[in-house]
Design a protein around this ligand. Structure first.
Ligand code: AMP
Ligand code: MN
Ligand code: MN
Ligand code: MN
Length: 283
């Protein structure tokens, strides 16, 4: 199998490496192609494209869009991530859409910080803001790093576990894009819509079936099977879902440059050979 890694972050969102250094890491790790898929922004694509050209690496422009999805009006809304691969970064439909999604991140960050003030942890907004390279893209990851830096938690995963996930005292609900809109923006930009790390959403079988049906009916074409967010049992589970729905399969580390995830670009196991890789659909 060709070593394609199609899900990675740079400091244009919540990764630690610059887009150029991410590309150089992928080259060192012998990737045949790399996608940069920052959260709700394409700000890193230009630099990554230029470095990939210099380094002779095939580069795929991508984005990871935050979506709020509920199975019906009576169930709680979940945050779902949809990756767009092979996007035209000049598409006004996509750019306008991404702007509506990222608007509100700054306000959410201030609300998160107020929650922490009530817990006796002051000034966390300023610290998280200072850690964000792209000031409009401040994320929970930056709060997690600030909490580690202050010694409130030993590592990033603990910061999420104790404070930053639903039901915990530093969690602020937020309204992201609608599923159909996110897929529409990606397709308008000529891209392929990929459901990111389905194993992370903790959905029961029937709800996963519904999510995948809706994703497909709106024009979604692929799901991540081998990702840094899945364990080997989940590789098999989502291979089965991909076969059931006729989805193409994607592979990506979801690399952020920190210890939250052990996988570097290009180091995950290959896709199961029974699946059709999503890169067959990328020009
Ligand atoms: P946001 O888009 O600001 O809500 O931040 C979401 C990001 O937080 C994800 O893309 C991950 O990088 C990170 N994240 C979410 N949950 C966890 C977790 N349990 N452990 C480590 N990182 C996480
Ligand atoms: Mn992230
Ligand atoms: Mn994600
Ligand atoms: Mn990601």
């Amino acid at each position: 199998m060709e070593n394609f890694d199609l899900h990675n972050h740079s400091h244009a969102s919540d990764g630690l490496l610059s887009p150029g250094n991410l590309v150089r890491l992928a080259v060192r790790n012998r990737c045949d192609a790399l996608a940069l898929t920052d959260h709700d922004t394409i700000d890193g694509i230009e630099e990554a494209t230029a470095t990939a050209q210099t380094e002779g690496l095939r580069f795929i422009a991508g984005v990871e869009i935050s979506v709020s999805w509920a199975a019906n009006e009576n169930t709680r809304t979940k945050t779902i991530h949809v990756v767009g691969l092979g996007i035209d970064t000049q598409s006004t439909t996509l750019l306008t859409g991404l702007e509506t999604v990222s608007n509100g991140r700054l306000q959410r960050a201030k609300a998160i910080s107020e929650d922490f003030s009530r817990l006796g942890i002051q000034g966390l907004f300023e610290e998280a803001y200072a850690l964000a390279q792209n000031k409009t893209m401040i994320s929970r990851t930056h709060f997690a790093r600030a909490l580690v830096q202050r010694g409130h938690v030993p590592n990033i995963n603990k910061a999420f576990e104790r404070y930053l996930t639903e039901g915990k005292p530093g969690y602020q609900p937020h309204r992201w894009a609608a599923l159909d809109d996110a897929i529409r923006w990606i397709r308008a930009a000529g891209g392929v819509a990929v459901l990111a790390h389905p194993g992370r959403y903790a959905l029961d079988h029937a709800t996963m079936d519904q999510l995948l049906s809706e994703f497909k009916s709106h024009g979604g074409e692929a799901i991540e099977v081998v990702t840094g967010s899945h364990n080997p049992r989940e590789y098999r589970e989502y291979a089965t879902w991909a076969e059931k729905f006729g989805f193409l399969a994607s592979r990506g580390a979801d690399y952020h440059g920190d210890a939250s995830n052990q996988w570097e670009p290009g180091t995950l196991p290959p896709l199961p050979t029974s699946l059709t890789p999503v890169w067959t659909a990328l020009k």
